[in-house]
Ligand binder design. Structure first.
Ligand SMILES: NC(=O)c1ccc[n+]([C@@H]2O[C@H](COP(=O)([O-])OP(=O)(O)OC[C@H]3O[C@@H](n4cnc5c(N)ncnc54)[C@H](OP(=O)(O)O)[C@@H]3O)[C@@H](O)[C@H]2O)c1
Ligand SMILES: N[C@@H](CCC(=O)O)C(=O)O
Length: 429
């Protein structure tokens, strides 16, 4: 394990805001691999700006709750801050800081001109009415009004948010400005400047990188079995696109548990069921019920964690049977589990590569909006695929050349690009 401050003896500043040990460790390893100037590392290991706002919201029953909303802006050396907004009870400032840092490396690795950010509110959206969620989102946006904007910081969906919340954010921001500003968010509905292809984009990116990894082994989707944890925006799209490519999807899950069929699940039927059941797989009768833990340890070729962080840990990684783990979620594999999987010869396709399709199409949405020209879905998918394949090939080549795991190779490329830009812009203004 490599921790940045111990390896390079960089003294922590009093204002140090610590993302998780995992994120610091991966950055620390990249700093060593790149023989990075410690001054640059000091600048990269802390977010530029940490914003916590208080969100008073009147519930439908008249009671007022005061929520805490965060936005962490990690680095904007390559362009505006970029990253999703998460509504989930587990949101903490530490988690948001880590996710913001991941966004910086992800955008840099994919070569898109953005920095990294993340935001979130620690709520369970299922406990609020649609009107309450709208009031929460609008007040959160108003509190952030000076800190977001098409050239400053561009939010997008993440866990618990969708194009609906992005539309409310765009409308609130625009009302404050006095004119429509579609470019303040991405992942918004098509009717207000969203991009074709954005809804399936993250899943499509996951499918593309797994396809490339299989091709390197002389395999295709028709040869493999897949298990997918999480059936939300990312898991659902990943399952659908891999199913369409001919993979046998053995299992999927959501918070209610998993569904398993050794002959392969009928993914369109499950999507249809979930769409009629407020997104949930609960109550589906056409497959065997298993737990989320059982899903992770099923005998399969490809495992796709597409829910939350820390699902594959030192406690279960010995029982993972997949040969490829594709991190559709951000941070689903703990630091220790990552090392143990590597020692066991399991290929981990890291989050900053595997799930980058979403932010790539966010970028394409922003480009279309800036130029007032909107593309058909084929063009969006083609442009995205080009960037994903190029990134995969660079990471794979670097991993081979350096004899390191894919994550380490990806971090060297992503972190290296940011460090170079920081250095070129001038460290000591
Ligand atoms: N949306 C994007 O564009 C995007 C892009 C890149 C990466 N990501 C990452 O992908 C992951 C999923 O995001 P999303 O946008 O798909 O979120 P989402 O639409 O809110 O879906 C989350 C899914 O995970 C399930 N889930 C939650 N807790 C679980 C648990 N303990 N065990 C099993 N399943 C659980 C949820 O089940 P219920 O619905 O039953 O609660 C839901 O199916 C996150 O790590 C996110 O940061 C998202
Ligand atoms: N929340 C997504 C998408 C971010 C975006 O499109 O800005 C991610 O983690 O990559």
């Amino acid at each position: 394990m490599v921790l940045t401050k111990t390896v390079l003896n960089a003294a922590p500043s009093p204002a140090y805001i610590c993302p998780t040990a995992r994120t610091c460790s991966y950055l620390g390893q990249a700093a060593v691999d790149l023989q990075m100037d410690p001054n640059i590392l000091r600048m990269l290991e802390q977010p530029r700006k940490v914003i916590t706002v208080s969100i008073p919201v009147q519930l439908d029953n008249g009671e007022v709750q005061v929520l805490a909303g965060h936005r962490v802006q990690h680095c904007d050396v390559l362009g505006p801050y970029k990253g999703g907004i998460r509504y989930h009870p587990g949101v903490t400032l530490e988690e948001v800081s880590s996710l913001a840092m991941l966004m910086t490396w992800k955008c840099a690795l994919l070569g898109i001109p953005y920095g990294g950010a993340k935001g979130g509110i620690a709520i369970d959206p299922a406990q609020y009415s649609v009107r309450e969620l709208e009031r929460i989102t609008r007040r959160y946006t108003s509190e952030l009004i000076k800190d977001i904007g098409p050239a400053i910081d561009i939010p997008a969906p993440d866990v618990g948010t969708s194009e609906r919340e992005m539309a409310w954010m765009m409308d609130t921001y625009s009302m404050n400005k006095g004119y429509a500003v579609p470019g303040v968010v991405t992942g918004k509905p098509l009717s207000i400047g969203g991009s074709k292809g954005r809804k399936l984009a993250t899943g499509r990116g996951v499918m593309i990188v797994v396809r490339e990894a299989l091709a390197e082994r002389g395999q295709s989707f028709k040869d493999v079995t897949v298990a997918i944890q999480g059936f939300g925006k990312v898991g659902n799209a990943t399952a659908y696109l891999m199913y369409e490519e001919g993979a046998k999807i053995l299992a999927v899950s959501d918070v209610s548990g998993g569904l398993f069929d050794s002959n392969g699940l009928d993914i369109p039927a499950l999507m249809d069921y979930a769409a009629r059941n407020r997104g949930s797989l609960a109550g589906f009768m056409g497959a065997q019920r298993i737990s989320n833990e059982e899903l992770l340890t099923l005998p399969c070729d490809v495992l796709v964690p597409a829910a939350l962080e820390d699902q594959i840990t030192e406690d279960n990684c010995d029982r993972i049977q997949a040969k490829i783990v594709a991190e559709a979620a951000n941070g689903p594999v703990t630091l220790v589990a990552d090392q143990m999987l590597h020692h066991r010869g399991v290929m981990v396709l890291p989050d900053i590569l595997a799930n980058a399709g979403g932010v790539v199409v966010s970028y394409l949405e922003w480009v279309q909006g800036q130029s007032y020209v909107f593309w058909d879905e084929d063009r969006v998918n083609r442009e995205m695929e080009g960037l994903m394949v190029k990134a995969y090939q660079r990471v794979s080549e670097n991993a081979r050349k350096m004899s390191v795991p894919m994550r380490r190779a990806a971090y060297m490329l992503g972190v290296g690009r940011v460090a170079e830009a920081l250095s070129d812009r001038g460290l000591y203004p």
